[in-house]
Design a protein around this ligand. Structure first.
Ligand SMILES: Nc1ncnc2c1ncn2[C@@H]1O[C@H](COP(=O)(O)OP(=O)(O)OP(=O)(O)O)[C@@H](O)[C@H]1O
Ligand SMILES: [Mg+2]
Length: 222
């Protein structure tokens, strides 16, 4: 059974100047353990697709199934639980909380889940796994390099042991060398930890990391 499936999914944004169709009928299945890239021009619907996969957003019509559960009819609380239990997000802008230390940022999803017990040790474990050394644990995100901040964001995404990682241009703010190191890390999480990875990128060099590349054009799969 696919870990994510889309059946005739559309997303329409009603705007005063006229509706915008961001997704125009998407059929898609992502299997457990796959590493899938999503590419396509700006405005083609990549982030919209990823946000719906991550239940950050809901479709206008069509059916989405995540980890065996249909998301249509779920209320906000159920969508939140779905995100917390199954999904790790990694964004271009890292989205770390500036006032929390590195380790507190990583621990935060566990605290939200009410899992204070052992949360500090778990945060240390995933930080080490992504290559952040102890000396940085108490720093604030702003004191780290971009590549280090993205590693911390990956640690935060992994801390709950999600089924899959959704990455929206995770190397978009990084130089080539650092971006390659982050791609290597995500590929290792896919290969060694069995994490399903879906990644939006503009960088054609990333295709060598992926099992499959999906091209989007005007809200459709090309
Ligand atoms: N909240 C919103 N309200 C209205 N329109 C939106 C909203 N979010 C996205 N859109 C529109 O939906 C379309 C798809 O946007 P989306 O962000 O998914 O594109 P993208 O492929 O991720 O582009 P980029 O490569 O620039 O990040 C665009 O036309 C965009 O303007
Ligand atoms: Mg986008």
């Amino acid at each position: 059974m696919p870990v994510i499936s889309f059946d005739a999914v559309t997303k329409v944004y009603p705007l005063p100047a006229g509706d915008i169709t961001a997704l125009a009928g998407i059929d898609l299945a992502i299997e457990k353990g796959e590493f899938v890239l999503i590419m396509g021009p700006s405005g083609s619907g990549k982030s919209t697709l990823l946000n719906i996969m991550g239940s950050l957003d809901v479709p206008t019509s069509g059916e989405v199934t995540i980890a065996g559960k249909r998301i249509s009819g779920m209320d906000d609380d159920e969508l939140t639980l779905m995100r917390r239990d199954h999904i790790g997000f990694i964004f271009q802008q890292f989205n770390l909380i500036p006032l929390l230390s590195v380790v507190e940022n990583v621990e935060y999803p566990l605290i939200l889940k009410g899992r204070r017990n052992g949360s500090r040790e778990r945060a240390h474990e995933v930080l080490r796994a992504v290559g952040i050394t102890e000396s940085h644990f108490t720093h604030k995100p702003g004191e780290l390099s971009g590549g280090q901040q993205q590693r911390v964001a990956i640690a935060r995404a992994l801390v709950n042991d999600p089924d899959f990682l959704l990455c929206d241009e995770p190397t978009g703010n990084l130089d080539t060398k650092t971006g390659t190191a982050i791609m290597d890390l995500l590929a290792r999480m896919n290969r060694e930890e069995g994490k399903t990875v879906v990644m939006v990128t503009h960088d054609p060099r990333m295709t060598e990391y992926a099992d499959r590349t999906i091209q989007m054009v005007d809200g459709r799969l090309a």
